[in-house]
Design a protein around this ligand. Structure first.
Ligand code: HEM
Length: 423
């Protein structure tokens, strides 16, 4: 499918449209296509930032050991607490001050600290542990679908896409059911810290949400220390008590990351996925006719409407990227959503087509920070789409135009009203 290409006056104008305008956020794909054609390797005029769109470039950046997590303090950085002026135009008045807990998150660390912590946390995500969740995920899905069947018209985000991943990650981490619902606004606010263009006030809200999450998980750790269960919190406590121990800050950071990453993104996989299937009835019909296609369908949904659109690194030393030299401290931004539609690697990239493809999607990143929950997210996606189509013979969008949230990094819908019937 060909998509209309917008006329951008410059690559910076395209980037601003993409990151900050509601239209660019709602439909980033025409602008990605423009960038892929006109400025796939773009050094911004706003500051020392590079923006990359091609699949191979993005993948290499995420795998390059000289390009580190953006929160890393590098030579020449301003004092902690100072605003990073060069980014203010695009990313709002970010501060370099961080709480000690936030700096211990896997997403913020580089080797060797990252290697050590990831090794310990991975014990909670072995293929055996994830596969063992399948029957529980199926049962939880069926229970939610029963409730859906009882009403003819539902907001799929409220009744399925949000509650399922929260239940699953809640079970895995050990967050009691009665506490889970309160996390939706809290995690949403904390995760909004990833978005560009935040005001001081919004950043303060992000900080308050993070403090509340930290207090909650410190309490949970104390409870499990007294009364261990078969959950990730207890597994981390065991790792904590062995020779190569996790500090309490590391445990808190890990639980917050896993819990938050475990549902905001998966909610969007289910929501973005369902809206895509309903807007592509021929592919939906193929999937209904052959449920064995479900794993391929989930990969294609991840490619076509990636729940995470953007990932960033900074150069720890002068580094060659896509034939150019990125200097120490400069930022390198990768548009994962563009890479997933790069015509150099994908056939007919703007068409949603359930088919075996040779290239792995970039939706879970690449390299040492590759998503720890990828197999869990895939499992949830596969169970949901399979059960949903088995249960409902008719699924129909109530609104013609999808209601995308006004966010860029985490792409998802505000609501997804759908009419369902079993007959
Ligand atoms: C469709 C759903 C998901 C998507 C699209 C997604 C996407 C990503 C991406 C792009 C990264 C890499 C970030 C970077 O390179 O800096 C990442 C990392 C991570 N994800 Fe996910 N994720 C999903 C679901 C999950 C789930 C279900 C969990 C937990 C159970 C999870 C836990 C993590 C963790 C802990 C990391 C950090 C890994 C590290 O830094 O070593 N994610 N995810």
């Amino acid at each position: 499918m060909a998509i209309a290409e917008p006329a951008h006056a410059s690559a910076d104008e395209a980037v601003v449209h993409l990151l900050l305008s509601p239209d660019g956020r709602a439909d980033p794909y025409p602008t990605y296509r423009w960038l892929l054609e006109h400025a796939p390797v773009h050094r911004s005029g706003f500051g020392p930032m590079w923006f990359l769109s091609r699949y191979e470039d993005c993948r290499s950046v995420l795998r390059d050991p000289h390009l580190v997590q953006p929160s890393t303090v590098l030579p020449g950085d301003p004092e902690p607490g100072a605003a990073v002026e060069s980014q203010t135009m695009l990313f709002g008045p970010r501060r370099t001050r961080e709480s000690p807990v936030a700096t211990r998150s896997l997403l913020r660390l580089n080797p060797p600290d990252h290697t050590r912590l990831r090794g310990l946390v991975s014990r909670g995500f072995t293929p055996r542990r994830v596969e063992a969740l399948r029957p529980a995920i199926e049962a939880m899905t069926d229970e939610l679908l029963d409730a859906m069947a009882a009403s003819g018209e539902v907001d799929v985000l409220d009744v399925l896409a949000f509650p399922l991943p929260v239940k699953v990650i809640g079970e895995l981490v050990g967050v009691p059911p009665e506490d889970r619902d309160a996390f939706r606004p809290l995690v949403r606010t904390a995760a909004s810290g990833l978005e560009p263009g935040l005001t001081d006030e919004q950043l303060a809200e992000v900080g308050r949400a993070a403090d509340e999450l930290q207090a909650y998980f410190r309490d949970l750790i104390a409870t499990r220390r007294r009364d261990p269960r078969d959950d990730l919190t207890s597994v981390l406590l065991t790792a904590h008590d062995e020779a190569d121990r996790l500090t309490e800050d590391e445990m808190v950071a890990t639980l917050i990351l896993v819990f938050a990453a475990g549902f905001e993104t998966t909610t969007n996989l289910i929501g973005n996925g369902l809206v895509t299937l309903l807007r592509n009835p021929d592919e939906l019909a193929r999937l209904r006719a052959d449920p064995g296609l479900t794993p391929l369908a989930v990969e294609e949904l991840l490619r076509y409407e990636s729940p995470v659109q953007f990932d960033a690194r900074r150069a720890a030393e002068p580094t060659e990227v896509a034939g150019r030299v990125v200097e120490t401290g400069e930022w390198v931004m990768t548009f994962l959503g563009a890479a997933n539609r790069d015509p150099a690697v994908w056939d007919d990239p703007d068409t949603f087509r359930i088919t075996a493809r040779d290239t792995p999607v970039l939706s879970f990143g690449s390299g040492i920070h590759y998503c720890l929950g990828a197999s869990l997210a895939r499992l949830e996606g596969q169970v949901v789409f399979r059960r949903l189509l088995e249960r409902f013979a008719h699924l129909e969008l109530v609104e013609e135009t999808p209601a995308w949230r006004n966010t860029f990094v985490l792409r998802g819908l505000d609501r997804l009203p759908v009419r369902v019937s079993v007959a």
